[in-house]
Structure formats: structure tokens, C-alpha cells
Write a protein that binds this ligand. Structure first.
Ligand SMILES: CC(C)(COP(=O)(O)OP(=O)(O)OC[C@H]1O[C@@H](n2cnc3c(N)ncnc32)[C@H](O)[C@@H]1OP(=O)(O)O)[C@@H](O)C(=O)NCCC(=O)NCCS
Length: 192
């Protein structure tokens, strides 16, 4: 069954629906190869999308998905970011931060206190910018030219107690529904 894609012209955050979003998500990753992902990551992502059980969100803008990301809850009040990515032509417009913020807000409400992500050195700077700290690094861990970098962010448990991050303070998290303003359908964004 083919579902209509949200085409209101506004950025829309929706829960992933396989029938509607599967192909677009693969296309999203494809556009980030080879700079951020290896070609073989595509079949791995395809498999993950087909078997995924964790929360996973997509951002539609006009007739295309411009970002996606999920998370899983792991033991002892920990969580892990899963498969976060932004369409390459929309990088550096605030969408990655928005998706991160939405997921952190949800994970906090589910009791997560320590958040982990693994990514490559090509996106490490994004997480450092949000207060994450590197806990391990494996050179070429994903494949040639793609190191595996594990990062951590502590989320304090007391309401009103700020996260140790230059960007993810409480006021910022309260704006988890404030979508990046500059993204418009069909807009030609600068290439990174
Ligand atoms: C990582 C990613 C999600 C960031 O998304 P984005 O929408 O470009 O990020 P934002 O525009 O919200 O950037 C927020 C801040 O992080 C910085 N930043 C973003 N990407 C960066 C990068 N690759 N390296 C260093 N800093 C980066 C921005 O400069 C910005 O800082 P500023 O406000 O001082 O300018 C995006 O680059 C991406 O999809 N990469 C490929 C997939 C990937 O590697 N995902 C990581 C998890 S597997």
C-alpha cells in the first residue's frame, strides 16, 4: 500500500512508517555516501529498517525525508542514539540538532541518564559541539577512512539541573518543538 507523503510545506516530525518511509530513508543514506557512510552500510541499514524495534523518527519536508533518527533504551538508565542522519544538501541548517534534541527529551522522560552514540570522525565534531565526550576510538573501525568513535553524554536526573553541554541547556531542550526555521521545501541548500 502506498501512503501519501506529508507535503504541507512545513517540516514534519513523524514516527517511521515502513510503507511510506523505507525507500526515502535509504535514499537519505545514499546521499551521505561516501563522505559519511561506506557503500556497504546501505544493506546494513536496509536490514536494520526491516527488523527495527526501537523508536525511530523521520522529518519530512515537502515531498522528501530530510532527516531521520532513533534511539534504544539499554540497561541501567542508559540509552543509545541510532541511525541519526540528515540529507546531505540540508546539513548545517540545525536539523541534526533538532533531531538530537527531540530524542534526548524523549529519552530523559523515559529515565535515561547516560547517553551513548557511535559515529565516525566525520560527525564526531557535531556531538562534541553538543557536549558529548569521546570514550573510545578505533582507527578504521567501520572501514578504510572511517574510524569508529564512541561518545557519551550524561543527562542529570534533577529537573532544572542543566546538562553539561554548551548547546543542550534546559531552555534549548524546552524548545524541542522549535523546528529549524530556515529549511524550506525545494530550497537549494549550500553543499557542505
Ligand atoms: C551529524 C549530522 C547529523 C549533523 O547534522 P546537521 O543538521 O548538519 O547539524 P546542525 O546543523 O544541527 O549542527 C549543529 C552544530 O554542529 C556542528 N556540526 C555539524 N556537523 C558537524 C561535523 N560533521 N563536524 C563538526 N561540526 C559539525 C555545526 O557546525 C553546528 O555548530 P554551530 O551551531 O556552531 O555552527 C549530519 O552531518 C549527518 O547526517 N551526518 C551523516 C550521518 C552521521 O554521521 N550521523 C551520526 C550518527 S551515526
Amino acid at each position: 500500500m502506498e501512503l501519501p507523503s506529508p507535503a504541507s510545506g512545513e517540516l514534519e516530525l513523524l514516527e517511521y512508517v515502513p510503507e511510506r518511509d523505507f525507500t526515502q530513508c535509504l535514499d537519505l543514506m545514499q546521499g551521505n555516501i561516501p563522505r559519511y557512510f561506506l557503500a556497504e552500510d546501505l544493506s546494513d541499514f536496509e536490514q536494520w529498517l526491516m527488523t527495527r524495534k526501537c523508536p525511530f523518527f523521520v522529518c519530512w519536508l515537502g515531498n522528501e525525508i530530510v532527516g531521520c533518527g532513533g534511539y534504544s533504551l539499554t540497561p541501567n538508565a542508559t540509552g543509545r542514539l541510532r541511525r541519526g542522519m540528515v540529507r546531505q544538501s540540508c546539513h548545517r541548517e540545525g536539523l541534526g540538532s533538532y533531531l538530537l534534541c527531540v530524542r534526548i527529551a524523549r529519552m530523559r522522560s523515559e529515565g535515561v541518564r547516560d547517553l551513548y552514540v557511535d559515529t565516525s570522525q566525520h560527525s564526531e565534531g557535531f556531538f562534541l559541539r553538543h557536549g558529548f565526550r569521546v570514550i573510545s576510538r578505533l582507527q578504521n573501525g567501520y572501514g578504510p577512512g572511517h574510524d569508529r568513535v564512541e561518545l557519551h553524554l550524561h543527562l542529570p536526573d534533577r529537573a532544572g539541573h542543566s546538562i553539561d553541554s554548551p548547546m543542550l541547556d534546559e531552555a534549548w531542550l524546552r524548545r524541542a518543538n522549535a523546528k529549524p526555521a530556515r529549511l524550506r521545501p525545494g530550497m537549494h541548500h549550500r553543499e557542505p
